[in-house]
Design a protein around this ligand. Structure first.
Ligand SMILES: C[S@@+](CC[C@H](N)C(=O)[O-])C[C@H]1O[C@@H](n2cnc3c(N)ncnc32)[C@H](O)[C@@H]1O
Ligand code: SF4
Length: 373
């Protein structure tokens, strides 16, 4: 399996917590030039490249005006062999959705829409600096369904300051009632230099303590599971057979090419990163130069360890045989001693040639696995 990621570097405004690369209308950014250069980049990809998954993210793909969205999909369809695609996702911000844009996405081949809802609580949405309120998030979901999309994800953020346990469960219940196929539930990350991190550092907002966070995480896990959402990755839940195939590829050491400013690739054993500046990205492509710099080409063992740690995010754990076939390394040769110790502490479990996190290790997986890399 291989994947294609396309980064759309535009948003209508900056959410207070987000450090993905994007420009707002006030900051300029020439959309037509971006699309022209994206087409150049897509046409420079290896001619035999025929991905099984495509993911358009950002930024906000749906921030593009309909005519630009049409150009985007024309350019993807004309430049890439999409005949093997089984999952074609696009991210969407509820404050930017219209029936016209959704129809363009559907005609362009998108078969999975990931809606950035974050919370169904207006106070939390204001704190995060979102452009939409709860009502618009729900309307956005229905617009997506009415456009005929049968595979929909809702992104929620956990541990938003100011939300009490009831608010948190209400968020999960709202999502369940809408009935998407997939729910992502990522912890709020305080990225360096973002306004929300400044507010926290100045004591203007108070994040919940770690124990409370863990309690909320497990409470949400329980009600999602009761509603038949399978917990398949630390932060991801879905109805049967609706795992995000593109993300499974990331977690299991698969290869993908990333296009657009700041996009990353993992290809033929190396990691590449596109330059994180729209103008420089365009300048390079217009000069017929690569828009990326090689980031690292790790020794085989380091790379296998990195893959192992990512793969352990899946609740079914790592299939040792599949891991060996992919990396050429035996899981036990890499970390057998550590696995045995963690099994004794009930942090890891082994079954049918798999090694996986236990329930009690899920919320502390970063510290549990950090010694493996
Ligand atoms: C890059 S955004 C794209 C979606 C779209 N732009 C939107 O926000 O509606 C993808 C997801 O990243 C998540 N995200 C971004 N920054 C984050 C942070 N600091 N902590 C946790 N999640 C974050 C949000 O949940 C968001 O839905
Ligand atoms: S969370 Fe989404 S809409 Fe908000 S700034 Fe980041 S990419 Fe843009």
């Amino acid at each position: 399996m291989t994947g294609l990621y396309i980064h759309i570097p535009f948003c209508l405004s900056r959410c207070k917590y987000c450090d993905f690369y994007k420009l707002t209308p006030q900051e300029g950014g020439n959309v037509a030039l971006f699309l022209q250069c994206l087409e150049i980049e897509l046409q420079r990809l290896p001619s035999a490249f025929s991905p099984e998954t495509v993911f358009i993210g950002g930024g906000t793909p749906t921030a593009l005006e309909p005519e630009n969205l049409t150009t985007l999909f024309e350019c993807i369809n004309q430049s890439i062999d999409l005949s093997n695609v089984i999952e074609f996702s696009s991210e969407a911000n509820p404050g930017t959705l219209t029936p016209e844009k959704l129809a363009i996405m559907k005609a362009g081949g998108v078969n999975r829409v990931s809606i950035g809802v974050q919370s169904f609580n207006d106070k939390a949405l204001r704190l995060l600096g979102r452009i939409h309120n709860t009502k618009e998030a729900v309307e956005g979901y229905h617009l997506v369904r009415n456009a005929g999309f049968e595979n929909v994800n809702i992104d929620l953020i956990q541990s938003i300051p100011g939300m009490n346990p009831q608010d948190i469960l209400d968020d999960a219940r709202m999502a369940i009632n809408l009935g998407p196929e997939h729910i992502s539930y990522y912890n709020l990350i305080y990225e360096q230099g973002t306004p929300i991190t400044k507010e926290r550092d100045e004591g203007r907002i108070a994040p919940p303590g770690e124990d409370d966070e863990a309690d909320h995480y497990f409470a949400v896990k329980s009600i999602l599971e009761e509603a038949h959402y399978g917990h398949y990755e630390i932060s991801n839940f879905c109805t049967p057979s609706h795992e995000c195939k593109h993300n499974l590829l990331y977690w299991q050491g698969g290869e993908y090419l990333g296009c657009g400013p700041s996009a990353h690739s993992h290809w033929k054993g190396a990691r590449f990163g596109n330059i994180q500046n729209l103008q420089s990205y365009c300048d390079r492509l217009l000069r017929n130069e690569n828009p990326f710099d090689e980031l690292e080409r790790l020794p085989a063992e380091d790379k296998a360890r990195e893959t192992l740690v990512m793969w352990m995010r899946l609740l079914r754990g790592v299939d040792k045989k599949a891991f060996y076939e992919l990396t050429g390394s035996e899981v036990d040769a890499l970390c057998g001693q550590s696995i045995r110790e963690m099994e004794e502490e009930s942090l890891l479990q082994q079954f049918e040639n798999h090694v996986a996190l236990t329930k009690q290790a899920l919320f502390i997986s970063n510290s549990v696995l950090s010694e493996w890399v």
